[in-house]
Design a protein around this ligand. Sequence first.
Ligand SMILES: [Zn+2]
Length: 72
Amino acid sequence: MRWDVLVEAMFTCQMCGTLERDTSRLVADHRKPHRGDPVLFWDRANLQCLCEPCHSTEKQKEEQATPAGVWW
Ligand SMILES: [Zn+2]
């Protein structure tokens, strides 16, 4: 499944467009967080190929967004 996503994206990051030959540095990311929902989890359209730096930036943004919400 993860492999399908990476092959289909031709090992190119969907965010920054970097062609990453080292597949260990590529991740199949869920656009919409699946939160344990098997439908979203297995939804092929909900997956995108991201490189490590972009993936960690995305995750950081999500983590930073949560404490910001607390202040509201
Ligand atoms: Zn990237």
